[in-house]
Design a protein around this ligand. Sequence first.
Ligand code: F6R
Ligand code: MG
Ligand code: MG
Length: 364
Amino acid sequence: MRITLSVIKADVGGYVGHSESHPDVLANAEEWMARAKKGGTLVDYHVTKCGDDLQLIMTHQHGENNELIHKLAWDTFVSCTEVAKKLKLHGAGQDLLADAFSGNVKGMGPGVAEMEFEERPAETVIVFMADKTSAGAWNMPLYKMFADPFNTIGLVIASNMHGGFAFEVQAIKEGKKVTFNAPEEIYDLLVFIGAPSHYMVKAVYHRGSNEIAASSSTQRLALIAGRYVGKDDPVCIVRSQGEFPAVGEVLEPFSLPFLVEGWMRGSHHGPLMPVSTPDSIPSRFDGPPRVTAAGFQLSGGKLVGPRDMFADKSFDNARQQALDAADFMRRHGPFEPHRLPLDEMEYTTMPEVMKKLEGRFVDI
Ligand code: F6R
Ligand code: MG
Ligand code: MG
């Protein structure tokens, strides 16, 4: 059975500030999804949140980039924005950058990760969702899952993974993409994806079968809008088990709360803390950035789950390390490398301060 798994998300308003989603907004999204399932548009769905982001996890048989599905997501977000406006939630509708839907939500604000595949006898998928960070945040974990034998022992000792994976990388500002084969081209690959604000892993494929293994959202809201509108807060779908990394190999990269860009005002580096869904309430300095993981088994497109994968106590050390790293980074205050480099900050007063100081700069 061919199934498409679409994860479409948007921040339609925060409660309180940018820290969480309001239950009424989630309940409204649930109603829209339930109607679409009843009407046959969706096979199944799961509505959830990560911090102030509303996530629609949907299965259907309409393929990727499908107008019906994207319009359903868009209409759901518009309706949820109405709920957010009534409650005067913060930044109601902040990610809906277009006035009207036009065929596809790409470029309109919401983040999208989708993949279509033939459902395996046992189809294990994990949906990662992050808040207070941007799309390049998946580069390091995807590299570790699919190219690093110190993370994924299956690359070494499982014959169905030994042939490696191919990484599709997007140069987001230039609007170009390129594919690298791992393991042969990992040094070339790392030249690019080690710079996650410029180059982002869009998809990963199994080289033997050409099956899709991972798909991420690479929308950059600031590029779409041409101005700051909030961090992208990306999502990523990863298929697991069999010819793909095992669940433990997929989750292992998050045992390091690696530094990402985002956090307060989308203008700081901070640790990405793996948490359960109820703990995705970034409040300290609007952070630190969070990642959640919803695990499912698919059964004829039905989403059996979710299991809240980071609820496991074995991520406690990662959380403690994240808190320690957060303390360490915060003590840098407004200095780099806590604060992002000038051209990466989402907020800046530089033009107005420069203007005010006009004439006061003299030659040295
Ligand atoms: C970061 C984020 C928050 C806001 C901050 C200011 O992605 O969403 O840190 O940037 O709370 O928010 P505004 O400008 O909406 O008052
Ligand atoms: Mg927000
Ligand atoms: Mg957010």
